[in-house]
Design a protein around this ligand. Structure first.
Ligand code: AMP
Length: 280
């Protein structure tokens, strides 16, 4: 695996790689786990070469404490990427991505995606995601981009970003990898105590319960039940919502035909966890 910190050298190398075939890109913030590695593996299967990036993007953290506490395990990450035979790792400094600092950053018209669910709880978060992803895509110019379903709203935001900026990159959304308990893998899980990590699987239990119990008509009972259940399990729930799986328009009723996604965000020991499940 070749590691680049400088985007000019990276571009030169990738230009040559792209003449040989397809290039897949897996952007990450590091502290890699099996969810990230599954994206690398899928990208390896579908491309001649795979680039990953590790960059903890300051612009997408609305809570500075969350940024400061974000886990960094770089040496282990490099070992894991090498084991997966990732071809290239881009490891930029902040000044490489934001040479002019954070003033006069682009603003993207994301519509309601910017202000609902994650956007409502984390103001400015998706603008920050778009700022970094757009810059990374301009540097890497991959054929395919690999994202995880765990960050459902983020996948939609990035698809919209690519439409807005006219990028012809194909988006692959890969299934959420889970711990044995059902808890969605996340770099933030490292910040949970073992007891809290065990309790945190209640989010998955709730998603499974809702999938099996959902009925035609009003969804508010299920939503209320979910919020109560999470509180009883020691969470501070942020939202328990249903939305159209394609447009992410929020739904309070179900007609039995529409494909829905149930989305949950909740704090456990000050760690914000998110998860979702498609319900058909
Ligand atoms: P992050 O490092 O958290 O920014 O995540 C980098 C990429 O990995 C994003 O596309 C995430 O959606 C994806 N990802 C994170 N956790 C998981 C998971 N448990 N399963 C699948 N993909 C994931």
């Amino acid at each position: 695996m070749i590691i680049f910190k400088d985007h000019t050298a990276l571009k030169k190398h990738l230009f040559r790689l792209k003449t040989e075939g397809k290039l897949g890109f897996v952007p990450t913030m590091g502290a890699l786990h099996a969810g990230h590695l599954q994206l690398i593996r899928t990208a390896k299967e579908e491309n001649t070469a795979v680039v990953s990036s590790i960059f903890v993007n300051p612009a997408q953290f609305n809570d500075p404490r969350d940024f400061q506490k974000y886990p960094i395990t770089l040496e282990q990450d490099i070992r894991l990427l090498e084991r997966e035979k990732c071809d290239v790792l881009f490891l930029p400094e902040v000044s490489e991505i934001y040479p002019d600092g954070y003033s006069q950053l682009e603003h993207y018209n994301l519509g309601t995606l910017d202000t609902m669910l994650e956007g409502s709880s984390r103001p400015g978060h998706f603008q920050g995601v778009c700022q970094v992803v757009n810059r990374l895509l301009d540097m890497v110019k991959p054929h395919l981009l690999y994202l995880g379903q765990k960050d459902y709203q983020q996948c939609m935001v990035i698809q919209r970003l690519m439409n807005l900026t006219g990028k012809s990159v194909a988006l692959r959304i890969c299934p959420t990898q889970r711990e044995e308990s059902g808890l969605a893998m996340s770099s933030r899980n490292m910040r949970l105590t073992p007891a809290a990590r065990e309790k945190a699987s209640a989010i998955f239990q709730l998603l499974m319960y809702a999938k099996s119990q959902i009925q035609l008509g009003d969804l508010s009972g299920l939503q209320q039940y979910g919020t109560q259940f999470l509180s009883q399990q020691g969470f501070k729930p942020d939202y328990v919502s249903f939305a159209n799986a394609g447009s992410l328009e929020l739904r309070e009723n179900w007609d039995g035909e529409e494909s829905l996604v149930m989305l949950i965000a909740a704090f456990m020991e000050e760690v914000r966890l998110i998860d979702n499940m498609i319900i058909t």
